[in-house]
Design a protein around this ligand. Sequence first.
Ligand SMILES: NC(=O)c1ccc[n+]([C@@H]2O[C@H](COP(=O)([O-])OP(=O)(O)OC[C@H]3O[C@@H](n4cnc5c(N)ncnc54)[C@H](O)[C@@H]3O)[C@@H](O)[C@H]2O)c1
Length: 387
Amino acid sequence: MTTRTLRIAMNGITGRMGYRQHLVRSILPIRDAGGFTLEDGTKVQVEPILIGRNEAKIKELAELHGVEHWTTDLDAAINDPSVDIIFDASMTSLRAATLKKAMAAGKHIYTEKPTAETLAEAIELAQIARDTGVTAGVVHDKLYLPGLVKLRRLVDEGFFGRILSLRGEFGYWVFEGEVQEAQRPSWNYRKEDGGGMTTDMFCHWNYVLEGIIGTVKSVNANTVTHIPTRWDERGAEYQATADDAAYGIFELETPGGDQVVAQINSSWAVRVYRDELVEFQIDGTHGSAVAGLRNCVAQQRAHTPKPVWNPDLPVTEPFRDQWLEVPANADLDNGFKAQWEEFLRDVVAGREHRFGLLSAARGVQLAELGLQSSAERRTIDIPAITL
Ligand SMILES: NC(=O)c1ccc[n+]([C@@H]2O[C@H](COP(=O)([O-])OP(=O)(O)OC[C@H]3O[C@@H](n4cnc5c(N)ncnc54)[C@H](O)[C@@H]3O)[C@@H](O)[C@H]2O)c1
């Protein structure tokens, strides 16, 4: 049996996403399982190389997880001929420069979203991937979540009939940091550092909407900074210059040509009265479903109650009890790990990954046009991107 070992240089690994989702929940479990096996019997193993600015911290992480290789020199890793893949989960504003250098050096890349701060830069990245022929993958984790996998399956099975609308509710209270420490990094709330709800989440919503329903044709957003003052990691007060909430309406078109209205509220200044931190509801002529990260419930037309509006009477229907759990019918792994494995298979096969830099550019475009829509207080049509 032959073994192919992929050396993956991982940048931004001390951050929340880089550490928890990519290192601890994806790459290390793949390594510790001895890699995975391709259809032709080839074994694929991974060898991470940790990259960080703080030598003591990166060394400690490497020792903690039994990782042999680490460095503080990102450029050296990019130019090391033995490195196959450059992974980036560093802060957003640094990303495009790293990815450009990596692809120019002939490396395959795997990256967190958003890929760039501007559409022009995101498109340039997609062009470089096309021209260099490297395999480029961008995290589209939400589509691999059990709840959304089930929702997509309902679409594929024609459960909804004609899809009419989607509504999404995302968010939770992010503490200001004055009395209780904030649970998200402070750069998220500074526009000049690449922060902001719209920039962060609209790139997710673009691939979620595309991946489950269809193409996003227009956006109308109202983006707001509800909390203008926050306290950073060192306890210092700062001005929140980025939006912490975005209320968006999107017009979609299904592959069959149906028009669908999607509304998604995203907020870091909302308290949760939901079952999960994000929930999407799809309503169609034949049925409806509500999916969170893990669970999905559905109600078909024949089981739809017929409420009559009468504020003088107490509620007569146990509405929540009238939905049925949608089963997984498969062993759904951690979404980040599942996408990593799919990407690594594509690298070995020398083919494109299905969620690449062009899809990511459409996400950056939706964020950019969402912000513009809010600033200009109007609906904006979304032009198709051609490379
Ligand atoms: N897929 C998802 O669901 C998801 C969720 C959250 C964040 N993200 C994305 O992941 C990325 C990281 O977000 P995070 O929440 O982990 O942030 P974080 O602040 O926790 O981590 C950022 C990383 O970048 C490094 N870094 C910060 N400033 C740097 C500098 N000047 N030079 C070099 N390195 C620097 C930090 O050391 C850390 O390793 C962002 O692009 C964000 O948009 C994705």
